[in-house]
Design a protein around this ligand. Structure first.
Ligand SMILES: [Zn+2]
Length: 435
């Protein structure tokens, strides 16, 4: 309990709006003194999630909410960290009210088999039925399999594993074709070569690959147990060692793995829950979105386009074209500003929830300035670097780490805006030639 920071009784405003884990505690029974953690949860926005327990208690919350006299929290840098920390703290404290409404069948564990060519999978039943009713909420080894958990949310765990699989490719099946499988092509599978290492005493390359694979799985397990820094440090040591031996290709591979892992841990969006999703930055993108694009050749016949998507579908009746009035200045940012200023002169065009623009931080900042204080989220797509800047977030998110549906929508919006701007631009040029 020492790691939690506590707020003074129900002063919710003292809670951070960041992702993390929170605990609700009540005084221990008479004579014992001190406090007991009775519930642990994770959140994308700690403040709003905790407030929600008290202000709109579910029937489950009503079982214990009046017993709560202390609220603690731990901030995390990302959703994945919150997910992992939650599992580890539930395991440590075994809070009564986490247990009450979740029996062992409802929790999720990551299983890693401990055989010659291990596989990784998610399971509800860590120790199998043959061994009798398992002790609830424990992580343990059985002879053949290592189990890590308990995780509360299956979908979030699945997404987390899917992301981590990019840094640490693994097998999910005991069989592998002789040639590359679908997962191989996605860089998520260690490949057919290593599978030959299922032989009892593999030699040469296969033996090395098997060793490397087991080493990676150990790291994956450590990450899921909240020991990210230990893994990063160990990777850094391995990289240094390879460099020392002038094995630069191997050192480079580890450098990429470190980078990949850091990106995954910091930016992946994995937690889903209706309330929290609304507060996450791209969660409600499916309502009304406007996307802008500027098209010009050296500033001549510059045009701007605005395309509109409602609930994920384009609505051509709401599209607008702008003939840029700024004269012959090939200045994309000034043109974007002009288009947006003109758009905001039309409050009768219903405002969107989200505006997507093409560009980086500079474009993002201009748009934020122009929309003034309107409650519209601005995001900008930096295609060169494959990153998404989001208003209010310091660092961009790599596009490939977005949830698939949002990733698809953003690319669709962007290409539609571009298509629409080019069409209009060509029309203006043609008209000019005819004159
Ligand atoms: Zn494969």
């Amino acid at each position: 309990m020492e790691r939690f920071k506590f707020i003074t009784q129900k002063n919710f405003d003292e809670l951070p709006k960041t992702s993390g884990v929170y605990c609700l505690a009540s005084p221990k029974l008479k004579g014992e003194g001190g406090f007991e953690v009775i519930y642990i949860g994770k959140a994308i926005n700690i403040k709003s999630r905790v407030k929600n327990h008290f202000q709109q208690p579910s029937y489950r919350d009503n079982l214990f909410i009046d017993k709560v006299s202390k609220i603690g929290y731990l901030e995390t840098n990302s959703e994945i960290e919150a997910l992992i920390l939650e599992a580890n703290l539930i395991k440590k404290y075994q809070p009564k009210f986490n247990v009450v409404w979740k029996d062992d069948k409802n929790y999720f564990y990551v299983a890693i088999t401990q055989d010659k060519c291990p596989i990784v999978y998610i399971t509800h039943q860590p120790f199998g039925s043959a061994q009798g009713k398992p002790k609830l909420l424990t992580t343990n080894y059985s002879l053949q399999t290592k189990y890590i958990g308990p995780f509360v949310e299956g979908t979030a765990l699945k997404k987390t594993l899917k992301y981590l699989r990019r840094a640490f490719p693994y097998y999910t099946s005991k069989k592998h074709p002789k040639t590359k499988c679908t997962w191989c092509h996605l860089g998520l599978c260690p490949g057919p070569r290593l599978f030959e290492a299922r032989l009892d005493s593999p030699t040469g390359e296969a033996a090395n690959l098997r060793k490397e694979y087991k080493n990676n799985l150990k790291k994956l397990a450590l990450i899921l147990q909240g020991k990210r820094s230990a893994v990063l440090n160990s990777l850094k040591r391995e990289m240094a060692q390879f460099s020392k031996e002038s094995k630069f290709e191997e050192a480079g591979k580890i450098r990429d793995r470190i980078y990949n892992l850091q990106q995954i841990m910091a930016h992946s969006i994995v937690i889903e829950n209706s309330k929290a999703t609304q507060e996450s930055n791209v969660g409600d993108i499916f309502a009304k979105v406007e996307c802008y694009d500027i098209s010009n050749i050296q500033g001549k016949f510059a045009t701007g386009s605005m395309v509109v998507f409602v609930n994920g579908e384009s609505d051509k009746s709401q599209y607008k074209k702008f003939k840029i009035r700024l004269m012959d200045t090939p200045n994309d940012i000034a043109m974007l500003r002009e288009v947006l200023e003109r758009r905001f002169n039309h409050p009768e065009w219903k405002y969107p929830e989200v505006i997507l623009i093409d560009g980086g931080k500079a474009q993002l900042n201009i748009a934020i300035k122009v929309k003034n204080k309107l409650p519209i989220k601005i995001i900008s797509i930096a295609k060169g670097r494959q990153e998404l800047f989001i208003e209010g977030q310091k660092n961009p998110i790599p596009l490939k780490l977005l949830p698939q549906n949002i990733y698809n929508l953003i690319l669709q919006l962007d290409s539609e805006a571009h298509r629409f701007a080019i069409t209009y631009h060509k029309k203006l040029r043609k008209k000019n030639l005819l004159q």
